[in-house]
Design a protein around this ligand. Structure first.
Ligand SMILES: Cc1cc2nc3c(=O)[nH]c(=O)nc-3n(C[C@H](O)[C@H](O)[C@H](O)COP(=O)(O)OP(=O)(O)OC[C@H]3O[C@@H](n4cnc5c(N)ncnc54)[C@H](O)[C@@H]3O)c2cc1C
Length: 479
């Protein structure tokens, strides 16, 4: 049912307080509100987009060029799912391990721990079963798959159900400003609406699901308010933040049929095998081989014809025939989790008086090597197998800097905010344990990609939903 902030009284006590209505928060709320369980679901934004709420998402960026923080995320009912792309893939089993020298990619859980939640998550996201990856013999690469959600817009799909559920108390314009603690448990969440009504929400357990930047920001701010008592061993809080850098690596002219690229399916996906990753000392990297439409193809062929006239002539002949001959190669890859990439609080405050976030984000040496090595090995495989010729962009060949932005091929797949409250085996290395419970608190849990210890190359939302469903099972089992 719908409530206003002003409707809440000091006597109201809920079983669960969930903060945020993106995929993570809505998944938790719908699964928990059963058999008389009372769930209060707090959304800081309104039912629809408003400038007032979105403005609270502004923040500073230090380091490499990045999108303004209030452009990628959406602060209203349904969260960023209101404009996500719907591309889904699970993390690889290998993503949960330490990858060679990169010990910080290790999670305290394995893919097996999330597998039971694939089907329920797939039902929520309306995706079919994921075909297995196929090794391409002798290449060092797998042909991999992504699934396409319609995309499910969480507020649109689940809004009516949330409002009709007698166990769910849904509030819009309920901005959580900080969490209170007695040092061992969370004792309340402070909220305020845009008219200045303030309340303290009390529940047995709290789930923070405000997205991969705000989860960090709220905890950092709550720690300041409580003298470090919310995340007590807070040395990793906000740190080891990663994205999936997504850039065009180059274009390829194909001599004939290329595995799995067809006119019907205009994109095919590939990734280096775990053996290649370890051998090359890189991290995980998804390659997108995109069919280039006729007009774009002509220009690329003209460029290639300058250096390879015969191939250019052949390719021009193929245009318009059944053969697919020009593709663009893009990559989205895993960044090395490093403490220097972090969310911290800036000196500037938002309209609610909370310090705005400052994102420090810089691609390191491994973050450059991963796409460079992956692209070169893929190009070598193409040449060896005589299936085509790959022309790599200068930065991929080590000449010059990466482009500040990368508009070729449309909107980059940025918006994957990973880490900062990472899952770890001990409080020394992370913020939450393997059940997503904050170390040192009896009743505070985190849902969302901020708990990922590392991010592989897969888009995060399927894993977010799997983790949320697993969290709900844990909460039910320990009630
Ligand atoms: C352009 C774009 C395209 C994307 N495409 C894909 C894709 O194809 N595949 C994929 O897997 N992922 C994609 N993503 C990422 C995906 O959108 C996120 O992984 C997902 O939305 C995260 O869910 P969440 O519930 O953790 O956070 P969010 O969806 O960000 O929800 C957070 C919620 O918390 C609320 N909130 C914030 N602060 C407060 C507060 N103080 N008090 C109360 N409420 C608060 C917000 O209003 C919001 O409702 C994309 C992202 C972008 C930006």
């Amino acid at each position: 049912m719908l409530l206003n902030v002003g409707d809440l009284s000091a006597e109201d006590l809920f079983d669960y307080c969930i903060i945020g209505t993106g995929p993570a928060g809505i998944t938790c709320a719908l699964s928990l509100a059963k058999n008389g369980t009372r769930v209060v679901l707090l959304e800081g934004g309104e039912r629809e987009y408003t400038e007032r709420s979105q403005n609270l998402y502004r923040g500073q960026i230090v380091g490499d060029p990045y999108f303004p923080l209030d452009e990628l995320r959406l602060r209203y009912f349904g969260g960023t799912s209101n404009h996500w792309g719907g591309l889904c893939r699970t993390l690889d089993a290998f993503d949960f391990e330490a990858k060679g020298a990169f010990q910080d990619t290790k999670w305290p859980i394995a893919k097996d721990d999330l597998d039971p939640y694939f089907q329920p998550a797939a039902d929520i996201l309306e995706i079919p079963d994921l075909p297995g990856d196929q090794p391409i013999v002798g290449s060092g690469f797998n042909h991999i798959h992504f699934l396409q959600s319609p995309p499910v817009l969480f507020a649109e799909k689940f809004g009516e159900r949330l409002e009709a559920d007698a166990g769910i108390f849904l509030l819009f314009d309920a901005n959580v400003t900080s969490l209170e603690t007695n040092g061992e448990s969370i004792t309340g969440a402070q909220i305020v609406d845009s008219d200045g009504n303030r309340r303290r929400v009390q529940a047995g357990r709290y789930i923070l699901a405000t997205g991969g930047i705000e989860n960090n920001r709220l905890l950092l701010w709550s720690n300041i308010q409580t003298n470090g008592q919310v995340v007590k061993a807070g040395n990793t809080l906000g740190k080891y933040w990663t994205e999936h850098p997504t850039f065009t690596l180059g274009e390829a002219i194909l001599n004939g049929d290329f595995p799995s690229v067809s006119r019907e399916l205009s994109t095919a996906f590939f990734a280096p095998t775990p053996d290649t990753i370890i051998k090359e000392g890189i991290l995980n990297c998804g390659l997108f081989v995109n069919l280039v439409p006729h007009e774009g193809a002509k220009k690329i062929i003209a460029d290639v014809a300058c250096v390879a006239p015969d191939l250019g002539k052949w390719a021009l002949n193929q245009l318009g025939k059944r053969l697919i001959c020009v593709v663009q190669i893009r990559a989205a890859w895993e960044q090395e989790p490093r403490a220097v990439n972090r969310i911290e609080l800036s000196d500037e405050r938002d309209a609610l008086g909370i310090p705005r976030p400052r994102l420090h984000w810089q691609k390191g040496e491994t973050d450059l090597r991963t796409p460079q090595i992956t692209a070169r090995r893929f190009g070598e495989y193409m040449a060896r197998s005589k299936i085509g010729r790959l022309r790599l962009n200068p930065w991929v060949l080590g000449e010059g800097d990466m482009p500040g932005d990368d508009n070729y091929g449309g909107f980059p797949y940025f918006g994957h905010h990973i880490g900062g409250t990472r899952m770890a085996a001990s409080a020394e290395h992370g913020v939450v344990d393997s059940n997503c419970k904050v170390f040192g608190q009896t009743n505070l849990y985190i849902a969302g990609s901020s708990v990922f210890a590392s991010g592989g190359h897969a888009n995060p939302t399927l894993t977010i939903v799997q983790l949320a469903l697993r969290l709900v099972d844990h909460l039910r089992a320990t009630n």
